[in-house]
Design a binder for this molecule. Structure first.
Ligand code: HSE
Length: 435
């Protein structure tokens, strides 16, 4: 048998996912060679910490603390960047691309914030950047959107894209666990970002939404155009009321096109308990994509963690190796489709049904005054739920609205929250109808 051509891999970042990549390459090297016809050889690993035990054995000679020398190393054909962050990781990636070496990255923050520059550098240097692991962990959603669904105009994407938040919401919903304890569990399991506020404040999901929206609509969707709300401080009460009303609360990325305008937002949302996405539990992610030819498609899998993310990274390494060995470039540059210059819908113009939890004095005439303010702004009430009665005291009152324009609701709530019979500011959440 002809010996397989060898392709050298250099790994920058020997953390949770990096160690998973080392393991996956070692465990499935035979399989990868049979499937690709290439020998994917790990040549170097760069990290600032060369001592910590990652639970995986590597030759000491592979380790270096100098990532730039790894990139320059002639034995390294493909550079894998897994350090995350938007500063030094960017320098490494740009340096690798300048050396005409294809890059594989899981760095959604970097692509969401500096994608335009990075994709331009790849194009200029006639090389590739692969980023399957940046969205949805082990789910091949980037390939699905750019290849499997290439024949489709994308009507909408609804995604549960953050394993940490989904884990937290699942624990809170199913076990009544408090927010902090649930976050602690997600961190211990290795799902959370180094800075977990990226997860719980919604920015990790927004980074992924920016990438998916750019891929779906062919223009650069900047982070500043995305409406972002996370799950920090979400009250157990809201989870309970949502359940009583027949909903589950999920942190959703919503990307949809309507009349030439693209809506991109991240927010906790009430979704019907019998909707497929409601049953996505723990650190699992799911993405529902609607295409005009295919209809609805669903992608599900582990969205975070060592092995699922490693699976996506090694898949990209295989693609990069193919492109190098057989000269076929993979560049799917989301920001340079001809004619790709969509317009983002203004956040205030978003229209949806809303869940409102108010704290109101329990006495006659109060609800009528709330209804008047909402009515004056053209907001119609679908139902009202008041479970506690404590005459003369503040009690929670939950109102479900018909479809309302966000800016009108915001203006009604700022008026309502100033009223002297309102105990604390109103909690509001979108009810997602998947339209
Ligand atoms: N912190 C992320 C999550 C990891 O929880 O989903 C994958 O991007």
């Amino acid at each position: 048998m002809k010996a397989s051509k060898e392709i050298g891999v250099g790994l920058i970042g020997f953390g949770t996912v990096g160690a998973g990549v080392v393991e996956a390459l070692a465990k499935n090297c035979g399989l990868l060679e049979r499937r690709t016809g290439l020998k994917l050889e790990l040549k170097k690993i760069a990290d600032i910490d060369l001592e910590r035990d990652r639970g995986v054995k590597v030759e000491r000679s592979l380790l270096t603390s100098d990532a730039m020398s790894l990139i320059d190393d002639k034995a390294v054909d493909i550079v894998v960047e897994l350090i995350g962050g938007t500063t030094i990781a960017k320098d490494f990636i740009l340096h690798a691309l300048a050396k005409k070496k294809p890059v594989v990255t899981a760095n959604k923050a970097l692509l969401a914030e500096h994608g335009a520059e990075i994709f331009a550098a790849a194009e200029e240097n006639n090389t590739d950047i692969f980023f399957e692991a940046s969205v949805g962990g082990g789910i091949p959603i980037v390939r699905s959107l750019t290849k499997g669904l290439v024949a489709n105009n994308i009507g909408g994407i609804h995604g549960i894209l953050n394993g940490t938040c989904n884990y937290i919401l699942t624990r809170m919903t199913e076990d009544g666990t408090g927010f902090d304890e649930a976050l602690d569990g997600a961190q211990k399991a290795g799902y959370a970002e180094a800075d977990p506020s990226l997860d719980i404040d919604g920015y990790d999901t927004a980074h992924k939404a920016a990438i998916l929206a750019s891929l779906a609509y062919g223009f650069n969707v900047p982070m500043s155009d995305i409406q972002v709300e996370g799950i920090r401080g979400l009250a157990c009460d809201d989870i309970r009321y949502a359940k009583d009303l027949g909903y589950r609360i999920k942190l959703l990325a919503v990307i949809k096109e309507d009349g030439g305008m693209i809506e991109v937002r991240v927010n906790p949302a009430l979704i019907p308990s019998n909707h497929t996405l409601a049953s996505v539990g723990g650190a699992y992610n799911a993405v529902l994509v609607n295409g005009d030819i295919v209809g609805e498609t669903l992608y599900y899998g582990m969205g975070a963690g060592r092995y699922p993310t490693a699976s996506a990274v090694v898949g990209d390494v295989a693609d990069a190796a193919w492109a190098l060995a057989f000269g076929s470039h993979e560049r799917m540059l989301p920001i340079r489709w001809p004619g790709g210059n969509g317009r983002i819908r203004d956040a205030g113009m978003i229209e949806s049904r809303y869940y409102l939890r108010m704290s109101l004095l329990d006495k006659p005439g109060i609800l009528a005054r709330i209804c008047t303010v909402l009515g004056e702004k053209g907001i119609s009430i679908a139902s009202v739920l008041q479970q506690d009665t404590r005459a003369g005291e503040y009690v929670p009152v939950v109102i479900v609205t018909h479809k309302a324009i966000e800016s009108r609701l915001a203006s009604a709530l700022s008026e309502i929250d100033e009223m002297d019979f309102v105990g604390s500011s109103t909690t509001r959440m979108i009810i997602e109808d998947f339209g």
